[in-house]
Write a protein that binds this ligand. Structure first.
Ligand code: HEC
Length: 428
């Protein structure tokens, strides 16, 4: 309650962060797997003494460099801007606990930038082994930055012993750290194959194109079952109550779980189809289609992982609407409006009731619900409720396991219900 709320309405409920974060993770995982792809494919070129393969690697490096360093880096910074505006309280908790993890991540990223630039600009001009070494350095830095970020992302879902100890290492090497690291590493390798399709299907020479597309298919297919096994391990380390929210009790999760389950075989068979001898005019669009399907795949997983935290943004520590579970009782006595530092209406009167209701909505509901937007739209969800039923529902909000308790007073609950019923539902 220490920060102003950002009234996004249509883009509420996480749409904005989802849009930025999903494209970012899609590119940043490629930045890892694709790094290994570069060195190993360069080694293949030397081994087979093929100037054509080396030429392909160089072209692929340019594509890789522009995509990961420009688009990847910009969206990465975009995530910071977005989360610090959407959820300043949780962002502050992350910074205070993991400042050195972030700092070292910046060092790794700087290492990535420098080594990748050197790798690209010295291609064919540096002695073979030295050039490969630069490529390996790039890959190691890229993977290490996954290592650092993975600890922090997993912390938000499974903070584990940190909740009691507050210890950095407990938070960093939390219960889902290892399975998630394997999961993301295998995924990164698969993405190297998926992105590789885009560049390899453009090779002019028929024979080389076929063999490189098959080579990319191997990158996609070989890690696939390890990837699924690590996904299974990941699910199994989640605490029982998190698993229950994801798989049993959360209606909005169903579509993401279904998408993930459906797309898994599609990606696999897509890889097989790419490996057989189809003409280039079929393979080229198919490469883009598979890339798009991969984005949906990754997006649905990220939605499941993020959704699994509900009603928290840091599990057990901060609710999605920035309230700490320890403070709920206290706020309930004094009221949300008088505890919040950035509201206009501190006291509810007959005149400002709806305006205050809107402020309450923005503070406590908008982090998860949009108004008329594609994610968790509050309008249809409350369409069946009369004003009194809404008042009752708000009092018992946490009976739905994916929602935090409403921390306001009786009078605030009524103002919120009135705002939803009269303004959002249009019952004047
Ligand atoms: C932590 C995220 C979160 C917050 C905060 C939140 N909700 Fe929800 N709410 C959800 C989810 C998820 C659903 C289920 C959506 C679905 O059925 O597809 C939901 C569903 C609902 C429903 C439908 C009935 C039900 O129980 O499923 C109502 C009514 C509702 N929310 C009201 C509110 C109000 C009012 C607030 C603010 C005081 C609020 N919510 C805050 C996540 C949240």
């Amino acid at each position: 309650m220490n920060y102003p709320g950002w009234e996004l309405s249509f883009a509420g409920g996480g749409l904005l962060i989802a849009m930025i974060a999903i494209v970012h993770v899609y590119v940043s995982h490629f930045a890892i797997g694709g790094g290994l792809f570069l060195v190993l494919t360069e080694m293949k070129g030397h081994r087979e003494n093929s100037a054509a393969i080396l030429d392909y690697v160089k072209k692929h490096t340019k594509f890789f460099l522009l995509l990961t360093m420009v688009f990847g880096a910009m969206t990465g910074v975009g995530i910071w801007f977005t989360i610090s505006l959407l959820n300043p309280g949780a962002t502050s908790t992350l910074i205070h606990n993991f400042v050195f993890a972030w700092a070292i991540e910046w060092v790794f990223f700087l290492g990535e930038i420098v080594s990748l630039l050197v790798y690209y600009y010295t291609f064919g001009r540096m002695e073979k082994n030295k050039h490969l070494l630069v490529g390996w350095i790039y890959f190691i830095f890229a993977w290490l930055s996954l290592f650092a970020i993975n600890g922090i992302i997993c912390f938000m879902l499974t903070p584990g012993a940190w909740l009691e100890t507050g210890n950095f290492w407990d938070g960093f090497f939390n219960p889902s750290f290892w399975p998630a690291l394997f999961y993301r590493t295998f995924l990164a390798l698969m993405l190297a194959g998926l992105y590789g399709f885009v560049t390899s299907t453009r090779i002019k020479d028929h024979e080389l194109r076929e063999s490189m597309v098959r080579y990319c298919a191997l990158w996609l297919l070989a890690p696939f079952f390890f990837f699924l096994a690590s996904a299974n391990w990941y699910i199994n380390v989640l605490p029982e109550h998190v698993r229950e929210v994801i798989f049993v009790r959360s209606p909005e999760m169903v579509r993401y779980i279904k998408t993930f389950a459906l797309v898994s075989p599609v990606i696999f068979f897509g890889g097989l189809v790419m490996a057989i001898g189809l003409p280039a005019r079929v393979k080229k669009p198919l490469a883009y289609l598979l890339l798009l399907i991969g984005l949906v795949y990754m997006g649905s997983f990220e939605f499941i992982r993020e959704g699994g935290r509900k009603p928290f943004v840091i599990y057990g520590h901060t609710y999605s609407n920035n309230v700490s579970p320890l403070k709920v009782e206290q706020i309930r006595e004094t009221g949300i409006l008088s505890s919040a530092k950035w509201v206009k209406n501190k006291v509810i009167t007959d005149e400002n009731r709806l305006e205050a209701g809107r402020e309450l909505f923005n503070l406590t509901c908008l982090p998860c619900h949009s108004v008329g937007g594609p994610i968790n739209d509050i309008v249809p969800l409350t369409a069946m409720f009369k004003e009194r039923a809404l008042e009752f529902k708000i009092k018992r909000l946490d009976k739905s396991p994916y929602m935090p308790p409403f921390a306001g007073t009786e009078q605030e609950g009524k103002a919120l219900a009135a705002y939803i019923f009269q303004e959002l539902q249009g019952n004047k």
